[in-house]
Design a protein around this ligand. Structure first.
Ligand code: FAD
Ligand code: NAI
Length: 329
């Protein structure tokens, strides 16, 4: 039996690849620096329940992803979210309904990757710092100085800047990843003991420090109390305020929210801020995945495609497909 395949990153891309390889009968071993799976689809536990601070919802346009999402729905991992959508431009709020189907994990975004992980072997709180190849096999080194291996192949499923650091053995792939710029996003969650007097449940925002806000409590499977909102700052604002303290970020984004939401906004009963340093690629790519198949190293992630949940899943599938194809040759 050949050595297992190492997968670095348990976001959707890494788990998409892991599932495809596991289904094909190959052994995988996953690693993540965080305490749990999900990456940018993770949900943070707070006094106001679980909060989706990263991905808010997702759409499915590719046929293969649509079929997969339907299976997730049948298993109860996801449900449709049909919010009262608004648009805010130049400070003016207006209803902006559409026909787009939007999905969320239930009862929280992280439910999807958690279910996908199932019983697959994983090391959490394990930050990989080096990936190197011996004569035949790959070995990983973690931040504690421990080695993991041998592995027949490695799939790196992290944001591009974190992938670059792990690609020293394949300079061509390292330079492709190094050229991908990823923009930050400041996220703020606010809870109100009394529900805000507004019909807004989701809003695309222009001309403001904010670019999106969602009423978490309107998503299926979430607690109705307290009334909790997630605000996302625009990439430009987040970049300009990258090192601002969390309290100041909360104050400024709460101010922008109060200005645009069109109803009285009392002091929140709870507020927290989270900075996503590598939230989204500045532009999309059409790579699917990057690979040096002869040496057995593959790279996937949302940034190899559309920078969305769907792109992450498709990219993981593509990395697995290329690995399986190479094994058959
Ligand atoms: P990630 O989810 O980033 O997973 C990478 C994993 O690798 C992480 O778990 C990380 O801990 C781990 N890792 C990194 N480096 C190492 C290392 N050295 N060693 C071990 N582990 C490591 N998409 C949508 O479709 N709709 C949305 O509404 C939406 N909103 C978003 C809002 C925000 C604020 C953010 C941040 C993202 C949003 N996205 C949205 C994008 C979506 O979340 C991503 O496209 C998708 O989750 C990316 O998945 P991934 O597996 O490629 O990467
Ligand atoms: P989508 O089709 O709902 O949205 C795509 C874009 O179309 C929106 O950003 C918005 O500008 C516009 N739009 C869609 N419906 C609208 C409506 N009813 N009224 C006004 N404008 C509307 O979803 P898709 O294509 O799956 O995109 C995912 C979403 O995730 C996007 O909104 C994107 O900005 C967001 N995202 C945020 C990240 C972050 O770091 N903040 C990272 C990655 C994605």
């Amino acid at each position: 039996m050949s050595a297992p395949i190492a997968i670095i990153g348990t976001g959707l891309a890494g788990l998409s690849a892991a599932q495809a390889l596991h289904t094909a009968g190959l052994a995988v071993q996953l690693f993540d620096k965080s305490r749990g799976s999900g990456g940018r689809m993770a949900s943070k536990r707070s006094d106001a329940g679980s909060l989706d601070l990263g991905a808010q919802y997702f759409t499915a346009r590719d046929r293969r992803f649509m079929e997969t999402v339907q299976q997730w729905q049948a298993r109860g991992w996801v449900a449709e979210w049909d919010p009262q959508l608004y648009n805010s431009r130049e400070g003016r709020l207006s209803p902006s309904p559409d026909e787009q189907v939007r999905w969320v994990g239930t009862p929280r975004m992280s439910a999807i990757t958690r279910a996908m992980l199932g019983a697959l072997p994983v090391h959490f709180s394990c930050r990989i710092t080096e990936v190197f190849r011996g004569e035949q096999h790959w070995t990983l080194q973690d931040a504690e100085g421990q080695s993991h291996g041998p592995f027949s192949s490695v799939i790196i499923a992290t944001p591009a800047p974190q992938a670059t650091a792990l690609l020293a053995a394949t300079p061509k792939l390292a330079s492709a990843a190094a050229n991908v710029v990823m923009e930050p996003t400041w996220a703020v969650a606010l809870s109100f003991a009394t529900a805000l007097d507004t019909p807004v449940e989701g809003c695309f925002v222009q001309d403001s420090p904010l670019d999106w806000l969602a009423r978490s409590t309107s998503k299926p499977g979430r607690d109705a109390n307290p009334d909790t909102w997630v605000l996302h700052a625009s990439s430009a604002w987040s970049r300009q305020h990258l090192d601002l303290g969390k309290e100041a970020v909360i104050e400024q984004l709460l101010g922008a929210f109060a200005e645009m939401i069109g109803c009285a906004v009392p002091a929140p009963s709870n507020a927290l801020a989270h900075r996503w340093l590598y939230a989204r690629p500045a532009s999309g790519h059409e790579w699917g995945a990057l690979a040096d198949a002869d040496h057995g190293i593959y790279v996937c992630g949302d940034w190899c495609l559309s920078g969305r949940v769907e792109g992450a899943w498709l990219s993981g599938q593509e990395a697995a497909r290329r690995l399986l194809e190479h094994r058959r040759e």
